[in-house]
Ligand binder design. Structure first.
Ligand SMILES: Nc1ncnc2c1ncn2[C@@H]1O[C@H](COP(=O)(O)OP(=O)(O)OP(=O)(O)O)[C@@H](O)[C@H]1O
Ligand SMILES: [Mg+2]
Length: 381
């Protein structure tokens, strides 16, 4: 009860001291004030939940105080205390938003009754607000699944990115869903009906000569038009080639008058890239890009269950099988694992288990032995 504050406003000091004593004895936190103006001053910067105010006071009447509170702090409940037989003022006060009225002379336990009723109502309302807030936590954003706080941040950033045209840099370990995030941003943005063109800079730089790469990429730039170009493994390109590539993009687009959105991705830590020299001043634009960090799966274990269900559903449909379940022991093992290969590894493990599964349930025996062993060891630790 101490975290609910009750204020009593009256110009009669005897009433104030009586109420103060009684409510404190009952364990409430109380402030008593002898004028409406002083009361307003206090609630400006102090938390007060319930205010009882006398109707008739010199300077500033209870009704004026009520009106001011309802305007500036409508969440505070106000109860007007009226003189005996002044039913009219009570009715008037109710019209102004008084929660109830209390007629003088009042019994102290009547005062307590009103307070307890309001506190009960406020508690219920707080609980409802909490539930509403929690249900705002999304378990998916388009094709991206995840209820974890880290994924909520990813959803927010993806939404921001979709609204703007800024360059985006997605950083996340292999298999964390970088390409899916890029595709989601594209699908939510105004470019959704334009092409999404992925370029794997890693494989391009391994298999092609430098000048062939530029030709190749220039071709892709023309395909993408006003769509989205996704440059994966951007750190695998040499700094010189990267600069050439971004300049080619600039040049081609100036020619055609089109403006593609550029989304880049890297599995390496940004700090480490700058330190090693792999990310230099030529990529100043990239550093200026909106950065989306994708958490590894081991940092969002609460999403594992959701993802397993999704993968089972998709894979069973793909192979024309009936949807199957996961044995609790197998689920426990999957939840404990550290998933260095992230979602791709989880997907592979599920696919393999589906191939082995014999009785409509994925069991521990259907999981790779290193995953089972890891779980055993982590139990000991
Ligand atoms: N949040 C998610 N919810 C559901 N499925 C996801 C999610 N993120 C990724 N996936 C799925 O996981 C797989 C791997 O995702 P993706 O290819 O986007 O990862 P990546 O980070 O680009 O991987 P790589 O490092 O191999 O390039 C895909 O099948 C993708 O559909
Ligand atoms: Mg990828």
């Amino acid at each position: 009860m101490k975290n609910w504050r009750i204020m009593f406003v009256d110009d009669d000091r005897d009433i104030l001291s009586m109420v103060d004593q009684y409510l404190k004895m009952q364990g409430y936190s109380v402030i008593t004030v002898d004028s409406g103006l002083k009361a307003l001053d206090i609630i400006k910067d102090q938390q007060v939940d319930i205010i009882f105010t006398d109707y008739k006071m010199p300077e500033f009447s209870g009704l004026e105080l009520l009106a001011a509170i309802k305007k500036y702090k409508p969440e505070i409940e106000v109860i007007i205390v009226t003189g005996y037989g002044s039913m009219e003022s009570a009715i008037q006060a109710m019209k102004y938003g008084s929660y109830d009225y209390l007629q003088k002379p009042f019994k102290l336990d009547h005062l307590k009754l009103i307070i307890d009723r309001i506190i009960e109502e406020k508690k219920i309302k707080r609980a409802e607000d909490m539930i509403r807030k929690r249900s705002l936590q999304r378990h998916r954003y388009h094709d991206l699944l995840g209820i974890s706080p880290k994924m909520q941040q990813v959803y927010e950033l993806a939404e921001t990115a979709a609204r703007t045209n800024s360059m985006v840099l997605i950083q996340g370990e292999s298999g964390t869903g970088k390409e899916l995030v890029a595709r989601t941003i594209h699908a939510v943005s105004q470019r959704a009906d334009k092409p999404f063109v992925p370029v794997n800079c890693g494989s391009v730089s391994e298999t092609m000569e430098e000048d062939r790469i530029l030709d190749h990429v220039t071709g892709l730039i023309n395909t993408v038009g006003n769509g989205t170009i996704y440059l994966d493994e951007i750190a695998d390109l040499s700094p010189g080639l990267r600069l050439n590539l971004l300049q080619a993009l600039e040049r081609e687009q100036r020619k055609t008058g089109e403006r593609a959105r550029v989304i880049t991705a890297t599995a390496r830590e940004i700090g480490e890239l700058v330190q090693s020299g792999a990310l230099q001043k030529d990529l100043f634009d990239l550093l200026d890009a909106l950065l989306i960090k994708l958490p590894p799966l081991r940092e969002r274990r609460e999403d594992i269950c959701l993802l397993i269900n999704e993968f089972i559903y998709k894979l069973c449909r793909k192979h024309g099988k009936a949807i199957i379940g996961v044995h609790p022991e197998a689920l426990d093992i999957l939840m404990r694992y550290h998933w260095p290969g992230n979602l791709i590894q989880l997907q592979n493990v599920i696919e393999r288990a589906l191939a082995l599964e014999v009785d409509q349930l994925i069991r521990p025996g259907d999981l790779p032995s290193e995953i089972r062993t890891f779980s055993e060891i982590s139990k000991l630790g």
